[in-house]
Write a protein that binds this ligand. Sequence first.
Ligand SMILES: [Zn+2]
Length: 275
Amino acid sequence: MDEEITDKAKKSWFTSEAILIGAGAGMGVDSGLPVFRGENGFWKAYPPLAKLGIQFEEMANPRWFRDDPRLAWGFYGHRFNLYRKTIPHKGFEILIKKFKDENIPTFIFTSNVDGQFQKAGFPENLIMECHGSIMHLQCMESCGYPIWPIDSGTVINIDSETLLAEEPLPACPNCKSIARPNILMFSDFEWDHSRTTYQRKKMDDWLEDKKQKKLLVIEIGAGSDIPTVRLTCEEIFQLIGDQFIRVNPVESECNIKDSLSLSMGAENALKIIAK
Ligand SMILES: [Zn+2]
């Protein structure tokens, strides 16, 4: 690793007055979470779907909640159970310490739906989840009942051979129709974006307030397949940022002037920057 780059990254970490974190799927890898890139990664994580020949892009579609609700909840319930029992890696700890112990204002922009930043201790009002969250549900029939958080005691039992969830499946408290995670899926025209729109407003207010501060933008584990996190981080940096660091073990190249690229995983990079 180029020492000049890590020195610059450290300097910016220790002198920043505010931090915006942009996190993609790579952020969760060091906590042991799977990345669903390519059918091999996905089918390794879900052998029953490999048997059925269903790929991630097909499975992540709201139609399953109508066509085969037990399989839909088997898939999302498995992810929910996994995310709930996952312990966020040391990199999250480094970020939360900076925020809580050193009082450095921090905002999270993430495409991850896994609720790991909340779990690590970040307050709900400092997080924007651009693809929604598995920890929140919406009614499949759009009866008008607003998005609600999944009950902390919810247990979704799943048959590991078939990936079918046991009934009763999560349901709308108002009209009793089947519920679905408030996640933006593929071909998803029914996604209720009201929670995410509210988070966007919070983020815009936060950024407006940080215009005069030395803002460090750290983008972590965000791929170029679905470039929302990458583009958002670049845009914010170019508008009001002081330094931009891209952390990615495979796609760390960056064309932005004076940006820093760290070709490594999230936990390792944060440990190095904060040392
Ligand atoms: Zn309903």
